[in-house]
Ligand binder design. Structure first.
Ligand code: BT5
Length: 314
């Protein structure tokens, strides 16, 4: 039988020491359907900003768009945080990006020397393998969101064997076994910081850090919204893609929203392919310019003056 994650009790004191408003109260559960369900129910019943649920086992862990999140008891950190906020639904993807970046930073602290990246929109990956996933859900009354539930699953000890080709865990990266209480604390501290930044100033506030950690930058990607080379993330939180398919579209920029289903890393356009394929050459030249632009922080959709951050009280 699964037991409540007692190694996490210590996190309460650590969070108080750090002055973090998230993680209070901290509810530690042995089993639930989904920590996001717990948080949603509590949000509707009036629970306060910062309330946090952690479970050792989920019987119906959720990913985005109806996908499942799978973790054996004790292998992961499964957490949902209630963040009181007031913003239009359209700003939720921007806050989700901030949550992914915060999760990336917490994992990077637990795995020093490892190149931990964010795969847009908000997966945490190491060498292309998924180490953590983020599911942000809005709780609304009418057209506005008045709370978001930030659900994060981090593979700490191990990952589901059926995902062996595509997943990894912090402990798999080597080093001492991860201290889950310290990981939870760093996660909540980073979430408070990054959600606050993006709420106040929009995605632009974390643009440089996002670009530095962007796993897709320069990669060929495809989704139902199109195909091309990822050149950055714009200030509305969309993936900017230089299209490489279709004569009339090659070189044009497309913007994938986080509703684009299944963004896949497509085979890379290598030198040999480029030499045989005129369109690919165009794309590669464009890519070099675009990547240089992204490094300068020039890639972005909304002009600074046009951008409206979520403007809420995280
Ligand atoms: C996500 O969705 O990555 C969001 C996952 C959020 C999970 C947390 S756990 C706490 C809270 N409570 C919940 O019920 N959910 C949140 P998505 O981008 O849709 O990715 C889902 C896909 O990731 C699946 O279809 C699998 O391919 C893969 N996957 C499932 N479990 C995984 C794992 N443990 N490690 C790596 N990949 C996994």
């Amino acid at each position: 039988m699964t037991r409540a994650p007692s190694d996490l009790e210590r996190a309460r004191d650590l969070l108080t020491e750090r002055g973090c408003a998230l993680g209070s109260p901290l509810v530690l559960l042995d089993e639930t359907t989904s920590t996001n369900d717990e948080a949603k129910r509590a949000a509707k019943a009036g629970a306060a900003h910062g309330a946090t649920w952690v479970a050792e086992r989920q019987t119906a862990g959720r990913g985005r768009q109806g996908r499942a999140w799978v973790a054996a008891p004790g292998d992961a950190l499964l957490v949902s945080v209630l963040v009181r906020t007031s913003c239009p639904q359209a700003y939720v993807p921007q806050l989700a990006l901030a949550a992914g970046l915060a999760a990336r930073d917490a994992v990077a602290l637990a795995a020093p020397g490892v190149d931990v990246r964010v795969k847009w929109p908000n997966d945490v990956v190491v060498e292309g393998r998924k180490l953590a996933g983020v599911l942000v859900e809005g709780v609304s009354t009418g057209a506005r969101v008045d709370a978001i539930i930030v659900g994060i699953g981090i593979n700490v000890r191990a990952f589901p064997p059926e995902l062996a080709e595509r997943a990894t865990s912090i402990d798999r990266m080597g080093g001492a076994p991860t201290d889950r209480a310290a990981l939870l604390v760093e996660l909540l501290v980073a979430l408070e910081r990054d959600l606050g930044l993006v709420a106040a100033r929009g995605v632009a506030a974390v643009r440089a850090r996002l670009a530095a950690a962007d796993a897709l930058l320069g990669e060929s990607v495809a989704s139902d919204a199109g195909a091309g080379v990822a050149v950055g993330i714009d200030d509305d939180g969309r993936l900017v893609v230089r299209e490489t398919t279709g004569r009339s579209r090659a070189g044009r920029r497309a913007r994938f929203t986080s509703r684009a289903t299944s963004v896949r890393a497509a085979p890379r356009v290598d030198g040999a392919a480029a030499a045989r394929d005129g369109r690919a050459v165009v794309a590669r030249d464009g890519l070099r310019r675009a990547v240089r632009g992204a490094r300068r922080g020039a890639v972005g959709g909304a002009a600074a003056g046009r951008h409206q951050p979520p403007g809420q009280h995280v």
